[in-house]
Design a protein around this ligand. Structure first.
Ligand code: NI
Length: 277
């Protein structure tokens, strides 16, 4: 898997540079990057199937039963990880497991490959939630409605082919959205999930700083991080320890909202500031 591929993808919190500058910058990276082979979902399922001992044909993954957590009554925090899966996703999952923590992963469709498919399957089997983060991370308001539709639909198909999961959540790259993007999200059955705590981990590759910012979450917060950075994976032990010590329960975005429906096309950014916690 190419790190350069990931470096070529701006992170979600990143301010989009003026178009000309961004193009030049990306072009210089792309020239030295091996060509990206689009994932073929059908082929991936076949390969994953053959790779798993004891597999007796196509079947959906078994996810743990939903948990009945009363987030308005207990202190819940939703950790979210964007732009992967990638090499650092496994260590992030290991740390979450150590704390019996569930989180939400907003997947870039282009990152779904033969190598990362098992990570997505692990996420599902360990109770994490998957969300759509577009196919290749463009600023969606700059695309046509058909372009947005393709970004969302192609990612839905890739993730469904590998995990059997139809995602219900969507995080717009850079948090950039508008009425057109909302309309396409609604069409695809996706609620738009933003955040209220930004660790700025894509910019500050500083493990203690990222851990401290994440630990600043409040009850009902949605925390933005990226599992493509080693510094973020390295921050997990401290931030989980600190938030656990403060009495937080680590939940998925859907668990955070409990029985309140997350409506397709609508925007949500956690419950920390709504007064409903
Ligand atoms: Ni992103």
């Amino acid at each position: 898997m190419s790190l350069l591929l990931v470096l070529g993808l701006p992170a979600c919190g990143q301010v989009v540079a003026p178009a000309g500058l961004a193009r030049r910058d990306n072009a210089s990276r792309v020239r030295s990057t091996p060509p990206v082979r689009p994932a073929d979902p059908a082929l991936m399922v076949l390969r994953l199937t053959l790779a798993q001992p004891g597999w007796r044909g196509r079947r959906p993954l078994v996810a743990p039963a939903p948990r009945a957590i009363r987030c308005p009554q207990v202190k819940c925090v939703a950790l979210t990880f964007d732009d992967g899966p990638f090499d650092h996703t496994g260590p992030v999952l290991d740390m979450l497991a150590a704390y019996n923590a569930r989180a939400t992963f907003f997947v870039v469709g282009q990152m779904v490959t033969e190598q990362t498919g098992p990570l997505l399957r692990r996420m599902v089997s360990e109770g994490h939630e998957l969300g759509n983060h577009s196919w290749d991370h463009p600023a969606l308001p700059g695309l046509s409605a058909d372009g947005v539709h393709a970004q969302l639909g192609r990612t839905q198909e890739a993730v469904r082919a590998v995990t059997g999961v139809t995602m219900r959540l969507f995080r717009p790259p850079y948090g950039a959205t508008d009425d057109k993007v909302a309309g396409e999200a609604r069409r695809e059955g996706l609620a738009q999930i933003l955040w209220d705590v930004d660790t700025m981990d894509w910019r500050d590759r500083n493990t203690p700083l990222v851990a401290r910012r994440a630990a600043g979450a409040r009850a009902g917060s949605v925390v933005l991080m990226h599992d493509i950075h080693k510094s973020t994976a390295d921050a997990m032990p401290a931030l989980l320890r600190d938030l656990h010590a403060k009495g937080y329960t680590f939940v998925t975005v859907s668990e955070l909202y409990g029985t309140r429906p997350l409506l397709p096309g609508e925007r949500y950014a956690g419950e920390a500031s709504t007064g409903r916690r």
